[in-house]
Design a protein around this ligand. Structure first.
Ligand SMILES: *Cc1c(COP(=O)(O)O)cnc(C)c1O
Length: 365
């Protein structure tokens, strides 16, 4: 007889993993919004320096990193939470806030990890459809807040659509959410946003103790493989709560050291953003030539609907194009896996990878 798992495990969806991990070297990995650039040599050196001390547990208080983040963002260290990836903070916050009878509000399509929060906790997830242009419908989200709501998530810029709402609209939204409801703004891609200063939301933390800004080292900092992220909070309470529900050593020593070093190289961050913006323009132009109009991206990826051939269903189009791209060594993310069949999400790669993607796509549409 097979062992029996909890009902909670049966509810939790499996994360759709990109299947590049056993493929040849020259595959263009454009499926996970990672940085195409390897970590900086100084970051690799910082990691190498800690390796000789791996007989010791890492600092459970993440003191050096929290101090560095506090210095960089002007948020007191007691209001900075660290995680084994920002998803670790996200899931821990869900565990700390949610339970059966509680409600969680977020937009859809949005980040594929959010549905885990309701499944893991037994809370009710309320998904609010994106408005025209695939932007967050913040007014509709406000309408869904009830006395049972514990948490509201706004992914800005949104994954998978790449669209962003302005800092002023976020400010007006947070102002209207009851103070007992946690507002989490997932800013994994904020550095790539050219509409607003990436740090424009920081001052909201001084006015809203219920606000949490989620950030990561996985995207522009290029440290996805180490697993490290953080949250800047309006009060120390979320930091205490996420630490209560996790194991003490949730963040490894190499990740802490790498993040501290990566923060020192903001010039490299600016360069990467510049290259991503160039890639955005190149890809948008290239897609335009194929008659495809992608959504307005403020992130390091593009989201668009595939033109259908006569007699094909949206699913068939998507499967044919995904298979064609994969056969040519180009991996992108299926829209069906992200809540909308017939669409694709394509991360910006190197110039060569982007050109290759466009060339292969040209033959498929
Ligand atoms: C990539 C991504 C993250 C980052 O997750 P990590 O666990 O830090 O790697 C968070 N939120 C969104 C919306 C993302 O797309």
């Amino acid at each position: 007889m097979a062992i029996e798992y909890s009902s909670r495990v049966k509810r939790i969806p499996s994360y759709p993993a990109a299947s590049a991990y056993a493929m040849p070297e020259d595959v263009a990995q454009l499926a996970s919004n990672e940085s195409p650039d390897p970590p900086l040599p100084q970051v690799v050196e910082a990691i190498t320096r800690v390796l000789g001390g791996l007989n010791r547990y890492p600092d459970p208080t993440n003191a050096v990193l929290r101090g560095a983040l506090s210095g960089r963002y002007g948020v007191p260290a007691e209001r900075v939470a660290i995680g084994n990836g920002s998803c670790d903070v996200l899931l821990a916050l869900g565990e700390a806030l949610l339970e059966p009878g509680a409600e969680l509000v977020y937009a859809w399509p949005s980040f594929s990890v959010y549905p885990h929060l309701e499944a893991a906790s037994g809370a009710t997830g309320v998904r609010v459809p994106l408005a025209a242009g695939d932007v967050h419908d913040l007014d509709a989200m406000l309408e869904q807040i009830t006395v049972a709501t514990r948490m509201v998530i706004v992914c800005n810029p949104n994954n998978p659509t790449g669209t962003a709402v302005s800092r002023d609209r976020i400010a007006a939204f947070v102002q209207q959410v009851p103070r007992n409801v946690c507002v989490l703004i997932d800013e994994a891609y904020c550095e790539f946003n050219t509409l607003d200063d990436p740090d424009a939301t920081l001052d909201l933390l001084e006015r809203h103790s219920n606000l949490v800004l989620l950030r990561t080292f996985s995207k522009v900092y290029g440290l996805a493989g180490l697993r490290i992220g953080f949250a800047l909070c309006g009060s120390p309470d979320p930091v205490t709560a996420v630490n209560q529900v996790r194991q003490p050593f949730f963040c490894n020593a190499a990740a802490q050291a790498a993040a501290v070093e990566a923060l020192r190289h903001q010039d490299a961050v600016a360069e990467r953003v510049e290259r991503a913006v160039l890639a955005r323009v190149e890809l948008e132009d290239g897609l335009g030539e194929l008659g495809i109009e992608p959504m307005l991206s403020q992130a390091n990826f593009t989201w668009f609907e595939l033109p259908r051939r006569d007699g094909e269903t949206t699913e068939e189009t998507e499967q044919r194009v995904l298979a064609g791209l994969a056969a040519a060594g180009v991996l992108v993310r299926s829209g069906a896996a992200l809540g909308r069949a017939g669409w694709l999400r394509v991360s910006f790669g190197t110039q060569g990878q982007n050109a290759r993607f466009l060339a292969v796509l040209r033959d498929l549409v």
